[in-house]
Design a protein around this ligand. Structure first.
Ligand code: SF4
Length: 368
């Protein structure tokens, strides 16, 4: 089973830390953009006829910022053109402050059964500093509308002067709002974003402080029934994101829209991040790919290890041997001499010990 990702690159304004393909001043292109998405969906469905899809994820940008008919129209097209399973997980990202009862009813009618709400912080002053468009009260209101639904909430750590108390407050608001899944992301200031200069000025917590906040968040969530199944993701049992699990299991997915990436038949490819370029390509009957790479041999193994070690479940040793012809311990004998202390072999699997998951990159790099 594979996944479909749809990118909606429109936002009301740009958050100070954002380096995603999201464009605050382009909303007037939304209708044309979605017309192109429909066209791209049709062409990709023809190209990959025979593939079955188990998840659809509408992300952004802010999908809930545009007219709901555009989003539900995209879902309709996808269901018509691709083979999407009956019980597919269908997620839409929501920015608090943009959800209305009408939008929600339209999403439900279109088969959406999972939502992802971006709270980031339960401190209104911090939200202003980050140039988020919503308040904490907006989040609470949106979560109330989603009562009884399966939804995720995002929290950011590593923010200005953030303390354990601040993180606790954010997570407590999220848990109290009925979320079944929490993504806790550590802020990584990217060059070119406004927050990067704050980072250079030393206004943000250093790596050790972020690691402590993260350790606190993990413990806090785990004590309250949210188990960590991936570095940044915590869920109540049975509420894991099937769409994201597919990424980490090196599954196949088709990405539609600006900056969307795909992985099909050991080929990874990405669309242009420029809206006008995307529209021009699609309208002229071409795909809008700007990069494409065939993955083979050792690269497949590296990807497999890199992605699986991000998850709490780690690597299935029998599956690894079946796929790559050699037991994991033999394949990585040398690496295990230095990295073995960060890992544990248990129940036929190998994984990074939970206390080292936050710094998994420095362990994983040795295996790829
Ligand atoms: S809402 Fe998300 S995609 Fe839009 S600007 Fe903020 S972080 Fe970026």
């Amino acid at each position: 089973m594979a996944g479909i990702y749809v990118h909606v690159p429109f936002c009301k304004s740009k958050c100070t830390y954002c380096d995603f393909a999201s464009y605050p001043r382009e909303k007037d292109k939304a209708e044309l953009y979605f017309a192109c998405l429909y066209k791209e969906a049709k062409a990709r469905a023809n190209q990959y006829a025979g593939m079955n899809f188990d998840t659809v994820y509408v992300g952004g940008g802010t999908p809930s910022f545009v007219d709901e008919k555009l989003v539900t129209g995209a879902l309709k097209q996808i269901k018509e053109k691709f083979s999407v399973s009956e019980n597919a997980e269908i997620t839409v990202e929501i920015n608090p402050g943009t959800l209305t009862e009408n939008k929600l009813s339209a999403y439900r009618a279109a088969g959406v059964n999972r939502y992802s709400l971006g709270l980031q912080s339960a401190d209104d002053a911090m939200l202003v500093k980050l140039n988020r468009i919503h308040t904490v009260a907006d989040y609470v209101e949106a979560a109330k509308m989603l009562e009884g639904e399966n939804f995720n909430a995002d929290a950011l750590i590593g923010l200005f002067d953030q303390t354990v108390k601040d993180v606790e407050n954010t997570l407590s608001v999220i848990i109290g709002s009925g979320a079944s899944h929490v993504s806790v992301y550590a802020l990584r200031p990217e060059e070119g974003t406004p927050i990067f200069s704050n980072y250079l000025n030393g206004d943000l917590p250093d790596e050790d402080a972020v690691a402590d906040l993260y350790a606190f968040a993990a413990e806090y969530l785990e004590k309250r029934g949210f188990y960590r199944y991936e570095v940044s993701n915590f869920a109540k049992k049975g509420c894991e994101s099937r769409h994201n699990l597919n990424y980490w299991q090196r599954g196949e997915y088709v990405g539609l829209g600006v900056a969307a990436s795909s992985h099909v038949k050991n080929r990874r490819f990405t669309n242009t991040a420029v809206i006008d370029e995307y529209i021009k390509c699609i309208l002229s009957g071409h795909f809008a790919e700007i990069s494409s790479e065939e993955i083979s041999g050792d690269e497949i193994r590296s990807e497999y290890v890199m992605l699986a070690l991000r998850t709490a479940a780690g690597i299935d040793l029998a599956e690894f041997e079946k796929l790559f012809g050699k037991p994991f311990e033999k394949q990585f004998e040398k690496q295990l001499e230095t990295q073995g202390r960060y890992m544990e072999f248990t129940g036929g699997r190998v994984r990074i010990k939970p206390e080292y998951l936050f710094v998994q990159n420095s362990v994983i790099i040795n295996f790829i």
